[in-house]
Design a protein around this ligand. Structure first.
Ligand code: IMP
Ligand code: MG
Length: 181
């Protein structure tokens, strides 16, 4: 493995182990299966970070659902804190009248999800809720309602389980605090 794939020990501090994450996801899948039983559920994964969480979560959901993806990007580094976001890959499915659950890796400032909620609401879903593996309340700029959350973390930068630093470290099976160089 190249050293680019493996961050050095002084850059990484494990915050959530693989076992903790697996247990939590199993719990979340059970709750979601109960809450959406008998409803037309559409899971919307926000590319790319949510993919690892989404795949594991869906394996713990025991009711029928449809799966779709949306991809968003900030117009520029500067606009990242202005909430100026655009859709780079839209949904393929119609969500009108459906029970939509957005799946995210992390809710941080809430800017991306604030935009996504406003946009998806115009498509008249029966309801629209958010499920995230990690929630960082301390960095919130826009208030977004998070219905299902795996873990609350303090104001630290984390990688692993889908979360990246410059597109790397998504494949780590744990979540670690990352000291950015
Ligand atoms: P927002 O600030 O809630 O809009 O989150 C925007 C995006 O920033 C998230 O979907 C992640 O891709 C990324 N992000 C935010 N905090 C972290 C972090 O601690 N580690 C890695 N990515 C993060
Ligand atoms: Mg993301």
């Amino acid at each position: 493995m190249s050293d680019k794939m493996t961050p050095s020990a002084d850059q990484l501090k494990i915050i959530l182990t693989q076992e903790e994450i697996e247990l939590k996801i199993a719990e979340m899948g059970k709750v979601i299966s109960n809450d959406y039983a008998g409803k037309e559920l559409v899971l919307v994964g926000v590319l790319r970070g949510s993919v690892y969480f989404l795949v594991d979560l869906t394996r713990k959901i025991h009711i029928p659902f449809s799966l779709d993806f949306i991809s968003i990007s900030h117009y520029s580094e500067q606009s990242e804190t202005a909430g100026v976001v655009r859709i780079t890959k839209d949904l393929d499915l119609s969500i009108s009248g459906k029970h939509v659950l957005i799946i995210e890796d992390i809710v941080d400032t809430g800017l991306s999800l604030g935009y996504l909620l406003r946009n998806l609401k115009t498509r008249n879903p029966a309801d629209l809720k958010i499920c995230t593996l990690v929630n960082v309340e301390a960095r919130r700029i826009v208030e977004v309602p998070v219905e299902y959350k795996g873990f609350d973390l303090p104001n630290i930068f984390v990688v692993g389980y889908g979360l990246d630093y410059k597109e790397k470290y998504r494949n780590l099976q744990f979540i670690a605090e990352f000291n950015r160089p």
